[in-house]
Design a protein around this ligand. Structure first.
Ligand SMILES: Cc1ncc(COP(=O)(O)O)c(C=O)c1O
Length: 405
């Protein structure tokens, strides 16, 4: 007899991630996939991590296998405080809480700040994992459009006045999904607004260290101080399977995060924290970041060059200076969801843009990842996608004419 489960409203209202569903189809071995957000596995520092594991077991021993503090182990928090203080405002280990990846950071933000109808201002499009994490707390989203310099700040101000938001959520560096970076001027303006109206900013920053072109822009955290809560992660700069990220915040807010963290999972995996703390000793991390930056920067260039060659003129895209993604805009009337089935027939995949809008109200955009496929595969995949676009999207009259000459 089937059981008559009575689930919570929260559980019933949560949708499963559109991306997970799509990834099941797109990650077939014969498909060239630009769909995931995966780092290149061949670049994971396997040998150095092996040495780190061994050294932790030899030197830290049973302590590395024991329960540990909810805030995280001291050596890792000290390392992070020191590293972040180089670029950010000065921090101590008391400003750091180690999380199970940034994704847990987002959930803790939801737990601490959100509830039914609380308003979140975010970019449009925004990181779909944040929407998923926040959805458990039933907020209302107010989205702000972006141009090549990030969020349109006038819209932020209007919305702050109108909706009195609980927080502003932003991915200011090489945003997932658009690849757009918030400009310095706009960062200053955003932080000014946040302090004028007293709205905390969540500065979600998994990609800040992955810049291939241009110069770093001072972070929202360094400009906004205590009003900014920054989320960081080793997922893209060491490996996502380790599930080690962090929250950097003022001690006042940290107390709230610490309480929620305790209830959620007591603490992040002690052994993995020690392994990371061991690995990052002796400048390993900076060396590794240089290696992945060289590879991803090349893949980004290869993808953009191929897009210029193979995509039709009425398809637009962003050309990010870092991160893992670029964002494609098809003509208004074209559905990226419908085109995906055509793309899959050609054995190439992308992620549709729809789930990156909190109310899924736009369907002519898509995200491409350039970190996970080799340059050769990128060229081949973009060629196939270009063919799909050319065959499926009506060309503007001007182009049709010149093509038929
Ligand atoms: C903007 C953003 N925030 C958070 C995350 C989650 O990262 P983590 O692996 O640290 O949980 C991601 C992962 O892709 C991301 O793109």
């Amino acid at each position: 007899m089937p059981l008559n489960w009575i689930f919570s409203v929260r559980a019933l209202e949560m949708k499963s991630s559109a991306i997970r569903e799509i990834l099941k189809i797109t990650e077939r071995p014969d498909v060239i996939s630009f769909a995931g957000g995966l780092p290149a596995p061949e670049l994971f520092p396997v040998e150095d991590l092996k040495k780190a594991c061994q050294s932790v077991l030899n030197n830290v021993g049973p302590k590395s296998l024991q329960y540990s503090l909810s805030l995280g182990i001291l050596p890792l928090r000290k390392f992070l405080a020191e590293r972040l203080s180089r670029k950010e405002s000065p921090l101590t280990e008391d400003n750091i809480l180690v999380t199970g990846g940034s994704q847990q950071g987002l959930d803790l933000v939801g737990k601490v700040f959100l509830e039914k109808e609380a308003v979140v201002i975010c970019e449009s499009p925004t990181y779909l994992g944040a929407i998923q994490a926040f959805n458990a707390y039933n907020p209302h989203y107010v989205t702000v459009e972006m141009d090549e310099n990030g969020m349109l700040i006038d819209q932020v101000e209007e919305n702050i006045k109108k909706y009195k938001p609980r927080l502003i959520y932003a991915v200011p560096n090489f945003q997932n999904p658009s690849g757009i970076t918030l400009s310095y001027e706009r960062r200053k303006h955003l932080v000014k607004l946040a302090s004028e109206y007293y709205v905390p900013i969540i500065d979600d920053n998994p990609y800040g260290e992955l810049r291939y072109i241009g110069k770093d822009v001072p972070s929202l955290k360094s400009l906004g101080g205590d009003l900014v809560i920054q989320l960081g992660t080793f997922s893209k700069i060491i490996s996502p399977g380790l599930r080690i990220g962090w929250i950097s915040a003022s001690t006042e807010v940290m107390t709230m995060f610490e309480r929620m963290k305790e209830g959620a999972d007591l603490h992040t995996n002690t052994f993995a924290q020690y392994v990371v703390a061991e690995y990052v000793k002796n400048g390993n991390l900076d060396k590794h970041i240089e290696v992945i930056k060289a590879a991803y920067g090349e893949r980004r260039n290869v993808m953009i060059k191929a897009m210029r060659e193979y995509f039709p003129d009425n398809v637009k895209w962003t050309e990010p200076e870092g991160g893992l993604f670029l964002w494609v805009e098809l003509p208004q009337e074209v559905s990226a969801t419908v085109l995906l089935s055509e793309a899959l027939k050609q054995k190439v995949a992308y992620v549709i843009g729809k789930p990156f809008y909190p109310y899924e109200d736009k369907d002519n955009t898509l995200r491409l990842n350039f970190s996970n496929a080799s340059p050769e595969m990128i060229i081949e995949g973009i060629k196939r996608l270009g063919k799909v676009f050319k065959e499926s999207i009506a060309q503007p009259a001007k182009l049709k004419k010149s093509a038929s000459k």
